[in-house]
Write a protein that binds this ligand. Structure first.
Ligand code: NAP
Length: 483
C-alpha cells in the first residue's frame, strides 16, 4: 500500500540557528525528505539565519554537507541541486539589530510564514521581540520552539510569558518529537478508531502500564548541559509525560488541537505526587575504557541522575487502581522505547494448571522498528494436550504498509509539515508544559532537600537493582529491554 503525499501550501520558513547541530542533523534532512516526496511546493523558501558570516552559496554548501552526513536515503544530485536552490541565508544576531531588515525583505505577503527557533531558549524572547519589531508577524505567522522549555515551573512560565507578549498561543508550536512518531499517532487511532480496545481501557481490565525509553549512549559531549538537567528534566517531564497522557487521556470530543490538549492536561493534573519510595535514580558506572557518568560530566560530586524509574498514579475514575511505571536511562542494555499495556489475567482459568496463566499485552514500540504488537494466548500447536502460549499479532508498519509507505517518515518531517498546515494537535500547549513542571518540580526539590544520592548501575544493564525491585514488590516485572 503506498500512502498519499498531501501537498502543503507554499511557505516562507526561517530557521534561526540554521547552522547549528539540530538544523543540520534533523530539520534540514527532514525538509529535504519532504522535498523528495514532492510535498514541498514550488515557490517555497527556506532561509537559514544565524550570526556566522555566510552568503547564500556558502550556506547551501553547509547544507549539502549536512545532508551528505545525515540524509540516510539515496542522494540524487539533480534533486539536491533543486532543493538547495530554494535555500538562502541571512546573517542575523538574535540580540543585535543588524540583518533584521534584510530578513524582513524575504517575507512575502499572503504566504504561510513560519520561524523555527532552533537556538537556546535564552534567545526565544529576543527573537520574538525582533520579529514583531521588524514587522514580520501577522496573525497567521507561526513560531516553532524546541525543548528544553524551561528547567522548572518558574522558568517555563517566564518563557511562555516572553512569547505571549508577541504571539497568540495559537501561533506557538512547542515541539516534542516523540509526538511526531507514527506509532504515537497510531496509538490514538487504535484507541479511538476501533471498538475493540476502548471498552477495556481502564482499571477493570488493565493491570498496569509500563513506559520505557532506554538508550545505550552515555551523555558524551553534552555532559555540561546534561548534568544541570538529568533524566527527569530531560526525558520524564516532556517525552514520557506526553506518552503517558496519550495512553491515559479520555476520548476527546473530536480530533482537534484544543480538544486533544484539554484531555492531556487533565491527565497531568490528575497525577498524584510521587512518594520517595516510588522513585529510583541511578548513575552509570565506568565499563572498560568507557567512562562512567561522573567522569563524563567531569563532576565527581554530581548527584544528577542518568537513570530514573518511578511508579505513578493517575488519580481519576478510569485509572484509580492501575499503576503506571516509567523508566528512562542512558547506557542501558539496548536502545529501545516502548509502551506496554499489560492486561489482567482472566478471572478464572478453565484450563489445567499445566496450561499456565496468561495475560494479553499491547506493546507499542517507538524505536527501533516502530510498530504495535498484541500478545494473545492460543493453544500450543500439536497433540501435546491443551497447553497455552502467547503469540504476538505483529503490526510492524514497514511490513504491513509496504516499503514506500509514508510511515517511514521521520518525526520531524511530520511535525514541520503540521506547522505549515497550521495544525497544533501534536504540539504542547503552554498550560500543559507548565502543569508538567508543576508536577515534576516537587520530585526534584524533594531529593535535593533530602540529599538523595543516585544508585550506581552497570553499563549495559537494565538500571539499578532497586528499579527492578520497584515492580517486584508489587508482584510485577519490567519487560526485557531489547531491540
Ligand atoms: P548549536 O549546535 O549550538 O546551534 C545553535 C545555533 O544557534 C547555531 O546555528 C548558532 O549559529 C545559532 N546562534 C547562537 N547564538 C545566536 C544568536 N545570538 N543569534 C542568532 N543565532 C544564534 O545547538 P543545537 O544543538 O542546534 O540546539 C539548538 C536548540 O535545540 C537548543 O535549545 C537545544 O537544546 C535544542 N535541541 C537540540 C537537539 C539536537 O539534537 N541538537 C535536540 C533537541 C533539542 P551562530 O553561532 O552562527 O550564530
Amino acid at each position: 500500500m503506498v500512502s498519499r503525499v498531501i501537498p502543503v501550501d507554499p511557505f516562507d520558513l526561517v530557521i534561526f540557528g540554521g547552522t547549528g547541530d539540530l538544523a543540520r542533523r534533523k530539520i534540514l534532512p527532514a525538509l529535504f525528505r519532504r522535498f523528495l516526496a514532492g510535498q514541498i511546493p514550488e515557490g517555497s523558501k527556506i532561509i537559514g539565519a544565524a550570526r556566522s558570516e555566510l552568503d547564500d552559496d556558502a550556506y547551501r554548501q553547509l547544507v549539502a554537507e549536512a545532508l551528505a552526513e545525515f540524509h540516510d536515503g539515496e542522494m540524487d544530485q539533480k534533486c539536491l541541486t533543486d532543493f538547495l536552490r530554494g535555500l538562502s541565508y541571512e546573517q542575523v544576531d538574535a540580540v543585535g539589530e543588524a540583518g533584521w531588515d534584510a530578513l524582513a525583505g524575504h517575507m512575502r505577503p499572503d504566504m504561510v510564514r513560519a520561524f523555527y527557533f532552533s537556538v537556546g531558549p535564552s534567545l526565544f524572547g529576543a527573537l520574538a521581540e525582533r520579529l514583531q519589531l521588524h514587522g514580520m508577524v501577522d496573525p497567521d505567522t507561526r513560531i516553532v520552539v524546541e525543548k528544553p522549555f524551561g528547567r522548572d515551573l518558574e522558568t517555563a512560565r517566564a518563557l511562555n510569558q516572553s512569547l505571549a507578549v508577541h504571539f497568540d498561543e495559537s501561533q506557538i508550536y512547542r515541539i516534542d518529537h516523540y509526538l511526531g512518531k507514527e506509532t504515537v499517532q497510531n496509538l490514538m487511532a487504535i484507541r479511538f478508531g476501533n471498538m475493540l480496545f476502548e471498552p477495556l481501557w481502564n482499571s477493570q481490565y488493565i493491570d498496569h502500564i509500563q513506559i520505557t525509553v532506554a538508550e545505550t549512549v552515555g551523555v558524551q559531549g553534552r555532559g555540561d548541559y546534561y548534568d544541570r538537567s538529568g533524566a527527569t528534566r530531560d526525558m520524564v517531564q516532556n517525552h514520557l509525560m506526553q506518552l503517558l497522557c496519550l495512553i491515559a487521556m479520555e476520548p476527546p470530543a473530536k480530533f482537534d488541537p484544543d480538544a486533544v490538549r484539554d484531555e492531556k492536561l487533565k491527565v497531568i493534573r490528575a497525577l498524584d505526587p510521587v512518594e520517595p519510595q516510588d522513585i529510583v535514580r541511578g548513575q552509570y558506572l565506568l565499563a572498560g575504557d568507557r567512562a562512567g557518568y561522573l567522569e563524563d560530566v567531569e563532576n565527581s560530586a554530581s548527584t544528577t541522575e542518568s537513570f530514573v524509574a518511578m511508579k505513578l498514579h493517575v488519580s481519576n475514575w478510569r485509572w484509580a487502581a492501575t499503576p503506571f511505571y516509567l523508566r528512562t536511562g542512558k547506557r542501558l542494555k539496548a536502545r529501545a522505547s516502548e509502551i506496554a499495556v499489560v492486561f489482567k489475567e482472566t478471572p478464572h482459568s478453565i484450563f489445567d494448571e499445566d496450561a499456565g496463566r496468561h495475560r494479553n499485552t499491547l506493546s507499542i514500540r517507538l524505536q527501533p522498528n516502530e510498530g504495535i504488537d498484541l500478545d494473545v494466548t492460543i493453544k500450543e500447536p500439536g497433540p501435546g494436550g491443551m497447553r497455552l502460549i502467547d503469540v504476538p499479532l505483529d503490526m510492524t508498519f514497514s511490513e504491513a504498509l509496504g516499503p514506500d509507505s509514508e510511515a517511514a517518515a521521520d518525526a520531524y518531517e511530520r511535525l514541520i509539515m503540521d506547522v505549515i498546515r497550521g495544525n497544533q494537535t501534536l504540539f504542547m500547549r503552554g498550560d500543559e508544559v507548565e502543569a508538567a513542571w508543576a508536577w515534576t518540580d516537587p520530585i526534584i526539590q524533594g531529593w535535593t532537600e533530602r540529599g538523595d544520592q543516585p544508585l550506581a548501575y552497570d553499563t549495559g544493564s537494565s538500571g539499578p537493582d532497586d528499579a527492578l525491585a520497584l515492580m517486584h514488590r508489587d508482584g510485577r516485572r519490567w519487560r526485557e529491554i531489547r531491540e
